[in-house]
Ligand binder design. Structure first.
Ligand code: AOS
Ligand code: ZN
Ligand code: ZN
Ligand code: ZN
Length: 409
């Protein structure tokens, strides 16, 4: 027996003892899909500097090429989120075909409401009607792009807010926000979803028009069933119980998607799972528990979640950063798949505080690498996607792109 088989056999025995079906876990893990963001392949940085790396894609087509590499090596990333105008092209059909030819599709379309000079004091909540109109038109243009690329997710992050008390009329801005969202919502085709993202601060520091999950939920609730909330893991005050938010939104049928990343301080957009792996695991526990729910609406909501990465790789090489991110997600997802739910329920019923906590923590402490290896091996994927990338020669092959690729600009 190879060392890998031995490790798997050990894990299997442990799962059997705990009443967990490892084969079922393997099947669910193999089906996990994570969308990567086009902007994660481009140059980005902080407000201090954008460092230019060699070989970075020069346009949307080359970003798709890089995303295709991540998908080839992980088998888990069949879609790419795009960002308008960063990924603006003359022919969106051609972009979608380019993706299709490499086994990919275009995922969420992200409008940009933060880089036009006109939006300095707000986009869809700007006090000036002509600027609100311009912002709405841009989002409607993105809905047209969705039709061209056959995307069914519009991810909307509204950066609007104010820096000082008195600067804006918070309630009027709320009405403008609602008006704009209504117009956008009404423009959607029946199979499209509007995912509303929230963030408590930055770029605005005093108040943000869509500051938390409650405001995003309220907006979605007023709009209708095609509107849901998008949870970006880096968008909460320190100490927020994100998995609790996830549970509430799932229970209300309003959890639409995630922007995964990790952070230490604010919206750091670092590699997901690099800093708070336990939080990521606990989020997946909530989702997998919801997938098992006998409330069909809750289970369907959980199954339809759009898992997306939202990161900017400022100092690390972009493709390996993306592969690392996908592997980290798979690791925590795999762990959550090994929760012995019946045992946990039992201990909850007994009010066994430490016993219940132990079930969850011990599951987190399990070594799931044999499971990941097996799933990759069975699908003909490299066991170690990071190493496979280093050995692929891709980095050398794209060096001819030079320095100064497309990114935050
Ligand atoms: C901004 O903080 C949000 O996370 C956005 O989702 C995202 O970073 C942006 O749309 C990409 O530029
Ligand atoms: Zn400072
Ligand atoms: Zn985000
Ligand atoms: Zn963010």
């Amino acid at each position: 027996m190879s060392r890998m088989d031995q490790a798997y056999a050990l894990l299997e025995a442990e799962c059997r003892d705990r009443g967990v079906d490892l084969d079922a876990a393997a099947r669910r893990l193999a089906a996990l899909e994570v969308e990567t963001p086009s902007w994660g392949y481009g140059d980005s940085g902080t407000r201090f500097k954008v460092f230019r790396q060699p070989g970075v894609p020069r346009n949307a087509f080359e970003k798709i090429d890089d995303a295709a590499v991540v998908h080839r090596l992980t088998g888990a990333c069949p879609s790419v989120a795009i960002h308008i105008p960063w990924d603006r092209v003359d022919d969106y059909r051609a972009l979608a075909d380019h993706a299709h030819n490499q086994g990919l599709r275009i995922g969420a379309v992200n409008p940009n409401l933060f880089q036009d000079d006109d939006y300095m004091l707000g986009s869809i909540t700007n006090v000036k009607p002509e600027i609100r109109r311009k912002a709405i038109q841009h989002i409607l243009e993105c809905v047209d792009v969705m039709r061209e690329v056959r995307s069914n997710v519009l991810s909307l992050w509204v950066p609007d807010g104010t820096n000082y008390p008195g600067q804006g009329d918070i309630r009027r801005r709320k009405r403008w926000l609602e008006e704009a969202l209504r117009e956008i919502y009404d423009a959607l085709d029946p199979d499209m979803r509007l995912l509303i993202e929230y963030k408590f601060f930055e770029p605005a520091f005093y108040h943000t028009d869509l500051a938390d999950w409650g405001m995003a939920y309220l907006a979605a609730e007023k709009l209708g069933p095609q509107a849901q909330v998008l949870v970006d893991t880096g968008h909460h005050p320190q100490g927020t119980n994100v998995e609790h938010i996830v549970a509430v939104l799932l229970d209300e049928g309003r959890l639409g998607g995630f922007h995964f990343n990790s952070r230490k301080y604010a919206d750091d957009d670092l590699i997901v799972g690099a800093i708070q792996p336990y939080e990521l695991f606990l989020i997946f526990c909530q989702i997998l528990e919801a997938e098992r729910s006998d409330d069909e609406r809750v289970a369907a909501t959980a199954r339809a979640i759009a898992y997306m990465i939202d990161q900017s790789h400022a100092v690390e090489p972009k493709i390996p950063a993306m592969i690392r991110s996908v592997c980290n997600i798979q690791t925590q997802f795999a762990k959550a798949l090994l929760i012995p739910w019946d045992l946990l329920r039992e201990r909850q019923k007994q009010n066994d505080v430490l016993g219940a906590e132990e079930v969850v923590r011990v599951t987190f402490e399990m070594d799931v690498r044999p499971l990941l290896w097996r799933v990759r091996e069975e699908r003909g994927l490299p066991i170690d996607p990071m190493k496979a990338f280093e050995e692929s020669g891709y980095r050398e092959a794209v060096a001819s792109r030079g320095v100064g690729g497309s990114g935050w600009s």
